[in-house]
Design a protein. Structure first.
Length: 237
C-alpha cells in the first residue's frame, strides 16, 4: 500500500482543522504497521481513509492487488450484537459471501476455536467476560474475508495480563492468515511485540518522526530484548 501526499481537513466552528498534510507512507503487503502518536494527531483519520469511509482532500492511497476488496475493523469495543450467540456474531458477517449456512458455520467455528472459545459458541455476549467478548471480535474480524485489517486501539481498555493474552490470540490468527494490517495504539510495548514496522508520529497535522523496522520473528520477541528496550526508549526521547 502506498499512501502518497495525503491531506485531510475538517471544518470545526467554520474554521479548517488540518489533520493530515502531504502525508506519505509505504506499507508492504501482508505486514503489520503500528501507528504510535498522541491523541488527536490523525491516526484514526488515516484508518478511515484507508478503509474508504472518507475521501482524501488531496493525494492518493494505492493498494496492491492483494489488498483490494473488503476491509476488517477491530475497535476498542467488541461491538457484538447482544441478541446473537457467539457463533452467530461471527457467522453473520459471512452471509454476503457464502450462501450455504453449514459452510458459514464451519468457517465461523474454525476462528472461534482458534481464539479458544469453542466451548462458548452458544453463549450470548452478556454471558462472557470483557476479554472473551474481545476474542469474539478478533475471531469475527479474521472470519470476514478481508484483504486489509484496521485496528483502532482494540486492547487499550484491558488490564495488562489480559491485553498480552489477546495480543497473542491476534498474532496466532494473523500468522495463519496474514493480511496487510494498520494498527493504532498508544502502547509502545504492544507495538513492538506485534508490528513489522512501528512509526512514531507527531501531533496534528500528523507527520512521521521515526520509522522502526523489526525483523525479529514475532513468536520469539521479548520485551527483555536489548534491541526492543532501546527502541522503546527512543519513543520517549
Amino acid at each position: 500500500m502506498i499512501i502518497n501526499d495525503v491531506s485531510k481537513s475538517y471544518l470545526v466552528n467554520s474554521e479548517p482543522l488540518e489533520v493530515l498534510k502531504d502525508f506519505s507512507l509505504t506499507i508492504e503487503p501482508n505486514t503489520i504497521c503500528a501507528l504510535v502518536g498522541p491523541s488527536g494527531c490523525g491516526k484514526t483519520t488515516l484508518l478511515r481513509l484507508v478503509g474508504e469511509l472518507e475521501a482524501c482532500d488531496k493525494g492518493s492511497i494505492v493498494k496492491s492487488e492483494s489488498e483490494l476488496g473488503p476491509v476488517s475493523y477491530l475497535f476498542q469495543e467488541p461491538r457484538l450484537l447482544p441478541w446473537f450467540s457467539v457463533l452467530t456474531n461471527v457467522e453473520v458477517v459471512l452471509r454476503p459471501f457464502y450462501e450455504n449456512k453449514a459452510e458459514r458455520v464451519d468457517i465461523a467455528m474454525k476462528f472461534i476455536k482458534m481464539v479458544g472459545l469453542g466451548d462458548y459458541a452458544k453463549f450470548k455476549p452478556d454471558m462472557l467476560s470483557g476479554g472473551m467478548r474481545q476474542r469474539v471480535a478478533i475471531a469475527r474480524s479474521f472470519a470476514y474475508p478481508s484483504s486489509i485489517m484496521l485496528l483502532d486501539e482494540p486492547f487499550q481498555s484491558l488490564d495488562a495480563s489480559l491485553r498480552w493474552s489477546l495480543v497473542k490470540s491476534f498474532l496466532h490468527l494473523w500468522e495463519a492468515e496474514k493480511r496487510t494490517t494498520l494498527y493504532v495504539t498508544h502502547d509502545v510495548q504492544e507495538a513492538l511485540l506485534m508490528a513489522d514496522l512501528v512509526i512514531k508520529l507527531s501531533k496534528r497535522p500528523m507527520e512521521i518522526i521515526n520509522k522502526h523496522y523489526i525483523t525479529t520473528p514475532k513468536a520469539t520477541r521479548s520485551l527483555a530484548d536489548p534491541k526492543l528496550i532501546s527502541l522503546q526508549a527512543s519513543f520517549y526521547n
